[in-house]
Design a protein around this ligand. Structure first.
Ligand code: SF4
Length: 341
């Protein structure tokens, strides 16, 4: 019989299994502690469980399904992990330590169907959705490897999270559960290029989880060039969904805007962005684009970035210019691509 992976399993499934086995439910809490706090290597290390239960667990479950194949460290402290899910898929995840913050950037799909033309993941193609257990396991395997506890999670790695909504939703349940990873919803951010109905659904299901919207252009014709999925979900529809999300959650939305030299970085573009976003509860994160092989775009000069930011600020919009992290190990935005195992 093939063993089921215990990492990332919904707590309710573990309770049901214990009940079927005639075991008391309080054992679940002990098991969760061994998995998520102590990151046990084996069921036989779970010394406060009766030996008979350890044996039953060992014959029914495995502890994890993945393997870290490679670790790259940047000179700025960023660490990139190549995680292999047998038989043949890889994803990359990135740990970004900054002062007391340990941010983990997670992948949700092997590759990405959104196909953004500036992004190495999009250009690499799409293989499959990660399961919710695999999404949770990215955190588990990295925390186990490094001994660090991530206190900020961003779903901004490979994939479009809202095109894998059910698995992301279940992963959030396990990550947020007092019986799972116990990570606060307010310390998690889901990033999307804009799937309107799922933006609204996320707001209803997870009003405390943060939303980041990758806008990247203020009009459809330009956005279609950068994000082909915009042809399916045009700007107006996404903006309507953002407004609905804001009405439900009353939580500030981060607008991600990646700047490309003489593509979407003019002062006129900035004026158009300001017009669309004025009066909304948002914060704009400007990201100078990263050079990606086989992409036609190049980063703008710092002067152009500053000029773009000034126009937004003059229009009363809060702006941050994001400092790139992990560029020397291809761990920055849009640079993750190794999907073949
Ligand atoms: S930018 Fe995000 S949504 Fe677009 S292709 Fe890359 S991973 Fe997918």
């Amino acid at each position: 019989m093939r063993k089921k992976n215990l990492i990332g399993l919904l707590p309710s499934d573990i309770y049901s299994w214990l009940e079927e086995e005639g075991e008391p439910s309080f054992r679940a809490r002990q098991i969760f502690q061994w998995i998520y706090e102590k990151k046990a290597d084996s069921f036989f290390d779970m010394t406060n469980l009766p030996v008979a239960l350890r044996e039953k667990l060992d014959s029914a479950f495995s502890l994890g399904s993945s393997q870290i194949k490679e670790i790259q460290k940047s000179k700025d402290g960023t660490v990139k992990f190549l995680i292999h899910f047998p038989p043949q898929d890889n994803v990359e995840a990135v740990l970004i330590p900054h002062r007391d913050r340990r941010t983990l950037c997670l992948s949700t799909q092997v590759g990405c169907p959104a196909g953004c033309t500036f992004c190495a993941t999009g250009l690499a193609g799409f293989r499959r959705n990660l399961t919710y257990q695999e999404i949770v396991e990215e955190i588990w395997v990295i925390e186990k490897e490094t001994g660090m506890t991530a206190n900020n999670l961003v779903f901004m790695g490979m994939g479009e999270p809202l095109l894998n909504y059910e698995n992301v939703h279940r992963a959030l349940q396990v990550i947020n559960s007092p019986e799972g990873f116990r990570k606060g919803a307010r310390r998690m951010t889901v990033s999307t290029v804009g799937i309107p109905d799922k933006i609204v659904k996320l707001g209803r299901d997870w009003p405390e989880v943060n939303l980041a919207w990758s806008m990247h252009a203020p009009r459809d014709e330009l956005r279609n060039l950068l994000i082909p999925l915009n042809k399916v979900y045009p700007l107006e529809q996404v903006l309507r969904a953002i407004k609905e999300y804001l009405a439900v959650t009353h939580r500030r939305v981060t607008i991600e805007y990646t700047l490309w030299n003489e593509i979407n970085d003019s002062k006129e573009d900035a004026q158009e962005v300001a017009k669309l976003l004025k009066k909304l509860l948002i914060h704009v994160n400007l990201i100078p684009g990263n050079l990606v092989p086989s992409s036609a775009f190049s980063p703008p000069s710092p002067r152009r970035v500053k000029a773009f930011a000034s126009v937004l600020e003059e229009n009363g919009i809060q702006v941050t210019i994001r400092k790139p992290r992990g560029q020397d190990i291809q761990a920055a935005c849009g640079e993750l691509y190794r999907i073949y195992g």
